[in-house]
Design a protein around this ligand. Structure first.
Ligand SMILES: Nc1nc2c(c(=O)[nH]1)N[C@H]1C(S)=C(S)[C@@H](COP(=O)(O)OP(=O)(O)OC[C@H]3O[C@@H](n4cnc5c(=O)[nH]c(N)nc54)[C@H](O)[C@@H]3O)O[C@H]1N2
Ligand SMILES: Nc1nc2c(c(=O)[nH]1)N[C@H]1C(S)=C(S)[C@@H](COP(=O)(O)OP(=O)(O)OC[C@H]3O[C@@H](n4cnc5c(=O)[nH]c(N)nc54)[C@H](O)[C@@H]3O)O[C@H]1N2
Ligand code: SF4
Ligand SMILES: [Mo]
Length: 720
């Protein structure tokens, strides 16, 4: 029987498209774009349908699991699982101290209201410095640049993509990724619209990506040289007197003369060979950028996964600022969301860098977290503060962290491990207890973090599409139970106290907390009743298809949190990092092949390969190599090759294509599902290999601690 449709939000990526789900006999049977959603206007990508696959996946855990001594998994009651999990973790804390418990919160956290509002505050208050997340294999450098320049890691400005006339995309592939730190459904449509209104799209990427194919200009760049390119562009603007101090944010910036000074040695001619971009191209691009009526330079993951990531991230923002594009229509802007994320970042203690360092390698924390590249060291190295237990939530670091196999070997040495996850995968197979949450279709949603990076001022609430069975648990319920039992205790009389907290907190839930955050937010109705004007959750709920409060408006002065509330154009940390760029110029060009990653529209990091409809078709986990490089090695398209780095080796099928530049090979991440003991049947049948079996946990950007995954040196030869 057809039960009609329900409206929701796709929580798989940052675009957050509105969806219309058709229900029949209580089951979700189809997912379409919600045409009435004012932001996504009916757009969805092929992954949206997989929400049903995820919900119905027989491999998805519905009940908690405990791993027995003999390695077999046994389904247990929630009471038993939560008790065992809390007791196991708590024992380690009591015996070895708080730092002995490490916590890893994975990428889907940001797409999960319950985890954002419960796990983030709770885990950050557990008294352990061993906090980890994929930020250090992702946007860490942008966060650091935002912290140093604008005063908070939460204040990463976004590209006003719908109103710009000239967009330079550096190391991002939004046509496939659907945008990152730039929440906007239908990137392809938006980029086409940019061109249609006479605008120009320039892409700088070692691969001719789907985005590059849409561009007016695409320039290959030698991986890891973006900071040099950006320096040369800034150099050009100073040299050509295109830096206009009166324009917008530049008037409230400090450090202009230092930036001028440090950019002096980096002329386009000096960097051209290293970047492999002609000097004239760099000059023209810089001047076009400065002279366009409206322009923006957007750098994303490609900029972050290299040894000069923090400097490059700084220079992306700096280039926009010196060209007068910061806080300007069509440039980089700040949304005005319903929830004040700057305040949340302050509350969570995220406003800082290098306040403390990791025990083994002395790596600085960023926003309260250590680089994931050093978790294995913290587990392996004995001594005071050694990590003995791990809690993972919504993450799969065995596949997402550099040198995954070393991390996995370390996981095997833990005294105790708990995972909040719906699958027995490469990471969670090492856990003692797995606590599975409901599916994406069974929970309500509001994007706390991502509306702060949206390209329009939007907000949307979505009720769950499907009901939750009484024996299922939301992520937030799992986190709350685990936290209460660990922090307060299982035994009477502590259990009484637990009861006292559990009741009110459980009744409040994410919805109650969100209502408070909206009410006290910049556009909120206040904590009292509702005056009809300000926002409350109740008011937002009535807007089934979300609200669009219009385009972004200049508001940097309200956002800045630097001590003098001015933009810092030349923070000392980054200026010091410029020395490494000089060295990079002097080092002789290497002959080694550099390995970079790639994403596919039908895949999402490591965890959506268990959907038959997403993995079908030809093998996507192939190594791309330029014909010249293939010829030099006598390799042919379609042949099996061994790719070896200093860390490991994998065997894959070669795809010869001039889509990548000479000297560069590309392998997607998130594959490698052949490991013993996982329970993801479809993924196992389409296993692929993990690129992070090759990446090096020692190869980092020294300033941000981000893993330099994309500049891994490899050798490739015929397999066997
Ligand atoms: N379909 C799909 N969508 C996704 C995801 C997914 O897995 N699949 N993942 C989501 C996540 S977690 C994120 S963080 C975002 C990422 O979003 P994007 O940053 O848009 O995604 P990538 O495809 O990784 O783009 C990075 C680009 O940088 C290029 N690159 C590599 N090295 C260099 C370099 O040194 N310099 C320059 N200039 N470019 C370089 C790569 O060739 C690649 O095209 O995507 C999100 N969306
Ligand atoms: N070489 C290389 N490595 C990379 C990248 C790259 O480009 N190249 N990209 C990096 C980037 S940008 C990122 S963000 C990371 C991702 O790194 P991770 O976050 O560690 O990995 P994911 O693959 O996103 O795994 C997500 C896990 O969360 C579970 N999950 C999904 N939804 C939920 C939920 O709602 N609740 C709970 N509790 N669990 C859930 C899934 O089952 C899966 O186990 O990978 C990074 N690693
Ligand atoms: S782009 Fe695709 S995966 Fe991302 S939110 Fe939209 S439908 Fe979901
Ligand atoms: Mo990411």
């Amino acid at each position: 029987m057809r039960d009609g449709v329900k409206y929701g939000i796709c929580t798989l990526c940052e675009a957050g498209c509105g969806i219309e789900v058709e229900l029949e006999d209580g089951r979700a049977v189809s997912v379409r774009g919600d045409k009435a959603d004012g932001f996504s206007k009916g757009y969805v990508c092929p992954k949206a349908t997989a929400l049903i696959d995820l919900h119905e996946d027989p491999d998805r855990l519905r009940r908690p699991m405990i791993r027995e001594e003999d390695g077999r998994w046994r389904e247990v009651s929630w009471e038993k699982a939560l008790h065992t999990a809390a007791e196991g973790l708590q024992k380690v804390r009591e015996r070895y101290g708080n730092d002995a418990l490490a916590i890893y919160q994975g990428n889907p956290t940001v797409h999960n209201l319950g985890l954002m509002l419960f796990a983030q505050p709770l885990f950050r208050k557990m008294g352990t410095r061993n906090l980890y997340s994929p930020s250090s294999v992702d946007q860490g450098p942008h966060m650091l640049a935002a912290l140093e320049m604008f005063g908070s890691p939460a204040h990463m400005p976004v590209v006003d993509i719908d109103r710009t006339d000239c967009l330079i995309v550096l190391g991002a592939n939004p046509v496939v990724s659907n945008g990152s730190i730039m929440t906007a459904p239908d990137m392809r449509g938006r980029l086409k619209a940019l061109k249609k209104r006479g605008g120009k799209l320039i892409v700088i990427d070692p691969r001719r990506t789907q985005t590059a194919r849409l561009a007016d200009e695409h320039h290959f760049i030698r991986p890891g040289t973006d900071a040099l390119l950006l320096m040369a562009m800034i150099h050009t603007l100073f040299e050509a007197d295109r830096v206009k101090p009166s324009r917008g944010a530049l008037a409230i910036s400090d450090g202009l003369s230092i930036l001028n000074q440090v950019s002096k040695p980096f002329s386009p001619e000096i960097v051209a060979e290293t970047c492999q971009i002609p000097a004239q191209t760099i000059r023209t691009m810089a001047l076009e950028f400065a002279d366009a009526r409206r322009s923006a330079c957007y750098g994303r993951l490609g900029v972050c996964l290299q040894p000069s990531a923090a400097v490059a991230a700084w220079l992306v923002y700096a280039l926009n600022i010196v060209a007068g594009r910061m806080d300007q229509i069509g440039g980089l802007m700040y949304p005005a969301p319903l929830v004040d994320v700057g305040a949340i970042a302050r509350m969570l203690g995220m406003k800082g860098h290098d306040r403390w360092r990791s025990r083994v390698r002395g790596l600085p924390e960023l926003a309260g977290e250590f680089p994931i590249a050093t978790l294995a060291d913290e587990i392996n190295q004995p001594g005071q503060g050694q990590v003995k237990a791990l809690l993972t939530s919504a993450g799969n670091p065995a596949l997402s962290a550099p040198n995954g196999p070393a991390l996995e070997a370390a996981l095997g040495k833990l005294d105790f491990m708990v995972s909040i996850d719906g699958y027995i995968n490469e990471t969670t197979r090492h856990a003692n207890v797995i606590l599975p949450p409901v599916s994406q279709l069974q929970r309500p949603h509001f994007d706390v973090a991502l509306t702060a990076f949206a390209i329009r001022n939007v907000a949307r609430w979505a009720d769950p599409i499907l009901p939750k069975h009484p024996d299922e648990r939301h992520d937030w319920e799992i986190v709350m139970e685990l936290g209460l039992r660990m922090m307060v205790g299982n035994q009477w009389p502590a259990s009484m106290l637990c009861e006292l907290i559990r009741g009110p907190l459980g009744r409040l839930g994410p919805e109650g907390i969100l209502d408070i955050l909206i009410r006290i937010g910049p556009k909120g109705a206040g904590l009292g009743g509702s005056n009809g004007k300000g926002w409350t959750l109740e008011k937002l709920r009535r807007e089934t298809h979300g609200v669009d409060m219009g385009p972004l408006e200049p508001r940097a002065v309200d956002v800045l949190e630097t001590p003098n509330r001015r933009i810092q154009l030349a923070p000392e940390r980054f200026v010091k990092g410029v020395e490494a760029l000089r060295e990079q110029l002097q080092s002789s060009p290497r002959r080694a092949l550099l390995l970079i990653g790639r994403r596919h529209l039908r895949s999402n990091n490591s965890w959506m390969h268990n959907s038959q409809r997403l993995v079908r078709g030809k093998d996507r986990c192939t190594l791309l190599m330029h014909p010249e490089d293939a010829q030099a090695r006598s390799l042919e398209d379609g042949q099996r090759v061994e790719v070896a780095s200093q860390v490991g080796a994998v065997e894959v099928t070669l795809e010869v294509s001039d889509e990548v530049m000479p000297g560069v090979v590309s392998l997607p991440h998130g594959w490698g599902h052949h490991r013993q003991g996982t329970q993801m049947g479809v993924a196992q049948a389409h296993a692929g290999v993990s690129v992070n079996d090759l990446t090096d946990d020692q190869h980092l950007d020294p300033i941000s601690g981000n893993a330099a995954l994309n500049t891994t040196e490899v050798n490739v030869r015929a397999a066997g």
